[in-house]
Design a binder for this molecule. Structure first.
Ligand SMILES: Cc1cc2nc3c(=O)[nH]c(=O)nc-3n(C[C@H](O)[C@H](O)[C@H](O)COP(=O)(O)O)c2cc1C
Length: 220
């Protein structure tokens, strides 16, 4: 029952308090996630945990790049388009996040401020980077997703919130250089992690989930 509730109540947070996460808690979360399933038990995951001065320095570098819209180099190419139903959901997500903050679609400055928050890890004290060997393909990406979600759920069970971010890893080349990680490694995602600020407007945002009737077919 506890596990079900943990899955149901997990959500992305986008404003965090400064309070650091205990290293013992981070170790526990990672240890729990290491029990994840993977294709023929290959366990492709490699993890960089960035906190303290290193996180502040990296934030500075990423913000600089994002502010000047420097050319990006994601290891997984961004989707160029979505099927229309998914596109509609993505737009709805963007629109509702602006609405919660009272930002008009025409307010370029407000929208840019919101975009840049990604590169500050939404103020989280910890940024996690998920890597795998550069030779690996789609099945390993699948494994990485399972590992990431388990890590996020483990954190959530300790009251630690998170946000997965593809935007940050647009600057994969620069992040790998900063972390001294081989250029040939694939950087899949960043997860910002910390204690959510309960008073922040942006944290009031809740995504809308489709109902099982919309995606399940039963063959009985
Ligand atoms: C692969 C992936 C990439 C994401 N990238 C971002 C991102 O760059 N910035 C952000 O604020 N949220 C990002 N998210 C969070 C999604 O917006 C969020 O999971 C979705 O809206 C559902 O909301 P929920 O996590 O609260 O259930 C990402 C989520 C996933 C799974």
């Amino acid at each position: 029952m506890q596990a079900l509730n943990n899955i149901i109540t997990r959500r992305s947070y986008r404003v965090f308090k400064d309070d650091p996460i205990l290293k013992s808690d981070l170790n526990k979360i990672i240890e729990v996630a290491s029990n994840s399933p993977s294709y023929t038990n290959t366990q492709p995951w490699e993890l960089a945990v960035v906190t303290g001065k290193n996180k502040d320095k990296l934030t500075g570098e990423l913000l600089e790049l994002a502010k000047m819209n420097a050319p990006t180099s994601p290891d997984i190419p961004k989707p160029e388009s979505w099927p229309s139903v998914l596109e509609a959901r993505s737009r709805e997500h963007g629109k509702r996040r602006l609405e919660i903050l009272g930002i008009e679609r025409s307010d370029k400055e407000g929208r840019e401020k919101l975009r840049l928050m990604n590169y500050e890890f939404y103020g989280a004290p910890c940024a996690l980077f998920f890597f795998m060997d550069g030779s690996l393909g789609e099945w390993s990406v699948y494994d990485m997703g399972l590992f990431t979600q388990n890590l996020i759920l483990a954190a959530h069970s300790l009251g630690i919130g998170s946000c997965i971010q593809a935007s940050v890893v647009d600057y994969a080349k620069e992040i790998k250089r900063f972390l001294n990680i081989s250029e040939s490694s694939k950087l899949l995602a960043c997860v910002s992690m910390g204690y959510p600020d309960p008073d922040a407007k942006l944290n009031l945002y809740r995504s809308i989930k489709k109902k099982p009737e919309q995606f399940v077919q039963w063959y009985e």
